[in-house]
Design a binder for this molecule. Structure first.
Ligand SMILES: Nc1ncnc2c1ncn2[C@@H]1O[C@H](COP(=O)(O)OP(=O)(O)OP(=O)(O)O)[C@@H](O)[C@H]1O
Length: 240
């Protein structure tokens, strides 16, 4: 594996406190290599989203260890987590686009949270990604005039435009047809190859599995399988 950008050790997670407390993750251990595409699978309620949000600094890590980009998240303060989140891209099912902004402007929002910059350069970066995702003709459309799949692709472009170190995606292709779903995941892979961008993705989409470097399956809050995906380009074992 390339050097890990995420290392999870003995991670437990509980929702609620006292008698109402419910354990959602049990002793999860995982290392994710730079530039790889890791898929998290498993039945509903198995803990995929919980794990993704813990690794993505969207929840506090209370037990065990998560090293993210060389920083420990267990006990990390909000300032560090905010700082780290700036280096991450998120694609979630509820795409949270701004209804009053065009596709281009929504994607540019992904850059504006990083501070001021040259608006013309931001627009060019947004247009480039929207073009790669097949929305070059829809730059000036408002979300209300886009289909569910087109909105999802705008959300993907917004997550990618800041050139994040790691992309966390929860069912990013659920609303997409086969061609645009594959194109989106190919783009994640391409970014992995050319820029070392790492992707961790929850999906039930069997069409995507062929593109995975790694497939991790959760059940009842535990990793029950962790194996190389078909696209893994390293040899499975060192030759002897
Ligand atoms: N905010 C919460 N409060 C209490 N329990 C929660 C909360 N979020 C998740 N859970 C519970 O934690 C467990 C894991 O949920 P999680 O959403 O991580 O599963 P999942 O594998 O992502 O499921 P799905 O595929 O349906 O999204 C479930 O039993 C769920 O009910």
């Amino acid at each position: 594996m390339t050097e890990p950008v995420i290392t999870v050790r003995h991670l437990d997670h509980f929702f609620g406190e006292g008698e109402a407390s419910k354990q959602a993750l049990f002793d999860v251990n995982l290392a994710v290599g730079r530039g790889s595409l890791t898929i998290l699978m498993g039945p509903s309620g198995s803990g995929k989203t919980t794990l993704l949000t813990l690794m993505g600094c969207l929840r506090e890590v209370g037990s065990g260890s998560v090293m993210l980009l060389e920083h420990e998240l267990c006990g990390a303060d909000e300032a560090l987590r905010v700082d780290l989140r700036r280096r991450l891209g998120f694609v979630f099912q509820a795409h949270n686009l701004h209804d009053s902004l065009t596709a281009r402007q929504n994607v540019m929002m992904g850059l504006q949270v990083h501070g001021r910059g040259d608006p013309a350069r931001h627009a060019r970066a947004a247009d480039h990604l929207l073009g790669l995702l097949g929305l070059g003709e829809r730059l000036h459309y408002l979300p209300g005039n886009l289909s569910g799949g087109q909105k999802q692709r705008v959300a993907i472009a917004r997550a990618l435009v800041s050139n994040p170190n790691i992309i966390f995606a929860d069912e990013p292709t659920a609303a997409l047809d086969k061609v645009s779903g594959m194109a989106a995941v190919q783009l994640f892979k391409e970014l992995g190859r050319t820029r070392g961008t790492t992707t961790v993705m929850v999906t039930h989409d069997p069409r995507i599995l062929d593109l995975a470097d790694r497939i991790v399956t959760l059940e009842d809050g535990r990793i029950v399988r962790d194996h190389p995906g078909p696209a893994r380009n390293e040899p499975l074992a060192a030759p002897v």
